[in-house]
Design a protein around this ligand. Structure first.
Ligand code: ADP
Ligand code: MG
Length: 321
């Protein structure tokens, strides 16, 4: 059996920080954290998008540019970090000025929204591949991580999940009458990184992860990193109207296992709910409690009839499909 993406990382690339004092958090979370100055620590994350793997070749250049930065800012959001700068490694099959113009426009729309400076990168020829690295600031000694969840904490989710995966499914299999695909497409192509929410959560949440590979799988990663289990109440999982319209029967399965939404899943003591609302930092998305952290391990799904078994594997680039 070939190694999974996560086994590869664990076996070959997870080491102690080499005794370097300034590495506060290394491999295994949404971003690494380095001790910076007296004013701030530094969060660092990198993600690659490969044409035909992470997005269909027909996606517009502007959407690709936007998305390449968005998925990275989402990792900073999951750490509670404030974005500062980015580097961009671009591998292009050919030079197409119009494409580059549009790509840059999409990239900088989002960079300007969050005050991100593009400070360097690399440009090479080859199959279209975009790697963006982002740097963000954290107050010294403070960060959200995957590992702080405790039994009794609530499990919360921003926005809704399943929409981006629904669009990919519609795109792969166009079906007349599935008419909410414009909304679903925006969910895939233009996800809003939950940067403001992540910052607001810094003093409140016990753990956080961004949902890139599917809600259940990513919550499982958070639970494993925290040494706890989680229970999801299925009737609390938010389902968008567009998702229900297009996939009435599979909506819940898509919301639980579909990737690419870049919402935040976090854990928090429920007494902080009012404080989170009072910060006013969540105007752009609803935040909903969908379950609870429990002692033990694994993620269990419950509905009114009791436990429900769901195939909850995370997306894995090397997994058997
Ligand atoms: P995310 O989905 O948040 O981007 P990933 O699932 O891609 O995170 O990666 C999990 C963890 O493994 C992250 O901390 C990431 O930085 C780390 N990682 C991934 N690939 C490598 C690699 N080749 N070498 C070292 N660390 C890696
Ligand atoms: Mg992440």
């Amino acid at each position: 059996m070939p190694l999974s993406e996560f086994q590869i990382i664990e076996r070959f690339f997870t080491r102690a920080s080499g005794g370097h004092d300034s590495v506060v958090l290394g491999v295994g979370d949404d971003a690494a954290v380095l001790r910076g100055s007296a004013e701030h620590d530094l969060a660092v994350a990198v993600d690659t998008l490969v044409c035909g793997v992470h997005f269909p070749a027909e996606l517009s250049a502007a959407d690709i540019g936007y998305r390449a930065l968005a998925v990275n800012l989402s990792d900073l959001a999951a750490m509670g970090a404030t974005p500062v700068a980015a580097t961009l490694a671009l591998t292009l099959a050919e030079v197409d000025e119009r494409w580059l113009q549009d790509f840059a426009e999409g990239f900088f729309v989002l960079a300007d929204r969050y005050g991100v400076a593009l400070i360097g990168g690399d440009t090479t020829r080859g199959p279209l591949t975009i790697t963006v690295q982002v740097l963000g600031h954290l107050p010294p000694g403070k960060r959200l991580s995957r590992s702080g969840a405790r039994p009794g904490d609530g499990v919360y989710l921003s926005g809704s999940t399943g929409d981006a995966a629904a669009w990919l499914r519609l795109y792969a299999n166009p079906t007349p009458g599935k008419d909410d695909s414009e909304y679903l497409k925006m969910c895939f192509a233009r996800p809003e990184p939950r940067v403001m929410l992540g910052r607001a959560l810094l003093p409140l949440a016990s753990a956080a992860i961004d949902v890139s590979d599917g809600l259940l799988g990513d919550l499982e990663k958070l639970a494993r990193a925290s040494g706890v289990g989680a229970v999801i109440e299925l009737d609390r999982v938010p389902l968008s109207r567009a998702l229900l319209t297009s996939f009435a029967d599979d909506a819940l399965e898509l919301a639980l296992t579909g990737g690419d939404d870049y919402e935040l899943c976090f854990t928090m003591a429920s007494e902080y709910e009012r404080q989170l609302k009072a910060t006013g930092q969540t105007p752009d998305c609803d935040v909903r409690r969908i379950g609870e952290i429990v002692a033990g391990q694994g993620v269990v799904c419950m509905d009114a009839g009791g436990e429900v078994q769901i195939e909850s594997r995370s997306f894995d680039h090397f997994g058997v499909r």
